[in-house]
Design a protein around this ligand. Sequence first.
Ligand SMILES: [Fe+2]
Ligand SMILES: [Fe+2]
Length: 272
Amino acid sequence: MLIAQLSDVHVGGARYRQELLHTAIAEINAAAPDIVVVAGDLTDDGYPDQYPLAFQELGKIACEHVVAVPGNHDARNVGYLRFEDTFGPRDTRLRLELQQLEVALVAVDSSKPDLDEGEIGREHYGWIQEGFQGEADLRVFVCHHHLMPIPGTGRERNQVLDAGDVLSLLRQCRVDLVLAGHRHVPYVWPVGGMLLVHSGTVSTQRTRGFSHPAYNLVRVENGRIDVELRIPGGEGSSLGDYPRDWPEEISARHADPFVRAQRDISLADDQD
Ligand SMILES: [Fe+2]
Ligand SMILES: [Fe+2]
């Protein structure tokens, strides 16, 4: 089972390079992935002229299952409405049978208009939980912003505001893979039974901490999850080859200590 993960396309931006996107899409098509995830920042500013161009370019991806979420750049002003008009719903839940694997995928818009910060929002938690309920061989969560800080990106900012609650939720939902973008630095964090896989920017020179445009190919096979970093037109290298199942003591999904906030108990009432 192969997932191609690209993000931070930034169509229309000053440092956008269309030829990089063409090269990356040609390589992705040649790899014939089962799913393609476009993890946000499809446009540079959410302008009306950028959306049709982004749609036209990303339309060249030859895959039956392409899942896209907006990023902070797409959502500016009413950009999130243009996203819906162009690409469809901002949130997606899918159940797919791919290469004999039952895959549950939940993709959520983590952007807020005109904020660079991300938030999943507690109003989404039940919906996410439902999406991962029941039997599945692989559970994949997609959003634009990062749930953990990424090395080489300067001082921490824009992280998902409710990252703690979301990490706990995803862990309890037995999520295997989290696919995100935003910081333009490819990186993998293995956390609490999950792999948080971040893609770089596929088609821009908005690169600092990692100096190449890049995307990821995530292979799930033979009990392993292998993440390959790809530079369009260049070499591939490994971002790690991980076990599909974590030791029970480390994943400890059944024993997450997160306690839901209780509305009826106040510390001020505790006289003892
Ligand atoms: Fe970006
Ligand atoms: Fe972003």
